[in-house]
Design a protein around this ligand. Structure first.
Ligand code: ZN
Ligand code: ZN
Length: 251
């Protein structure tokens, strides 16, 4: 699809040129659609929408599949940035599996949006996340580690996500999540959540986090170095059980 002057996403750039509102959430964050480009990925074709942010210079983006402007019941996944997981393939958390599963789920639908939110390390930032990991290595659990660093357990705020969805003129969403807190926060910011799509990850060779955890079956998400594996997206994922091979059923 090539961009034309009446391309609905590009029209948003024009519309937002002078956009300024009272802002969303405690931080009164306001965003503007400022850039749109094609983004072919290994998961399929998306368009990448860049948002300017009036508060903290964070460059949030939306990966958009299909026609979403003005659409209702659009499948939406909220993903919080995790440099160590998304990019480096860290096994301390399950972020990369969740990101992959989210993009694949959206591609299976006629349309959908993944909001990639720049709130690294549950909102405490990358350096503080590394510090929290170091504290965990000394025996603190993830909540204790965050508290020791002076942060609440989860600093994330989905107000900016709500503004982004309003900016994209989405009429209602079907949220890909297992986390009622996300639904609550979006609803609070006047996003109509018309339904929920369970965030289910089919087992495959890439689900290292889940498969290794499953293989150990210790009842604890503990790796060989005894560092806890974290569900940093705060969105416990359901791992689809593979069908039992014939003749292998347990008695
Ligand atoms: Zn605004
Ligand atoms: Zn992570």
């Amino acid at each position: 699809m090539t961009a034309t002057p009446d391309d609905p996403l590009r029209r948003l750039i024009e519309r937002d040129q002078d956009h300024e509102c009272e802002g969303f959430g405690a931080a009164r964050v306001c965003v503007r659609v400022v850039a749109v480009a094609e983004l072919p990925t290994r998961f399929g074709r998306f368009r990448l929408v860049g948002f300017w942010n009036n508060r903290d210079a964070k460059e949030h983006v939306a990966l958009v599949h299909g026609e979403v402007v003005g659409a209702a019941e659009v499948p939406v996944r909220l993903h919080s940035e995790c440099l160590t997981g998304d990019v480096m393939g860290s096994l301390r958390c399950d972020c990369r599996d969740q990101l992959t599963a989210g993009l694949e789920a959206i591609q299976r639908q006629p349309r959908g949006i993944l909001l990639y939110l720049r709130q690294e390390g549950r909102g405490i930032g990358l350096i503080n996340k590394i510090r929290a990991y170091a504290l965990q290595e000394r025996g603190l659990d993830t909540v204790e580690a965050n508290l020791a660093l002076g942060f609440r357990d989860d600093e994330r705020d989905y107000a900016v996500a709500a503004h982004m969805l309003h900016s994209l003129e989405v009429r209602s969403v079907r949220l890909i999540t297992n986390n009622p807190e996300k639904i609550r926060q979006l609803t609070q910011h006047r996003i109509e959540v018309a339904g929920r799509i369970p965030h289910v990850i089919p087992p495959n060779e890439f689900n290292r986090f889940y498969l290794e955890t499953k293989a150990r079956r210790s009842g604890h998400l503990i790796d060989l170095d005894r560092a806890p594996r974290l569900a940093e997206q705060s969105d416990p994922v359901v791992l689809e059980e593979p069908p039992a091979p014939r003749g292998a059923e347990e008695p």
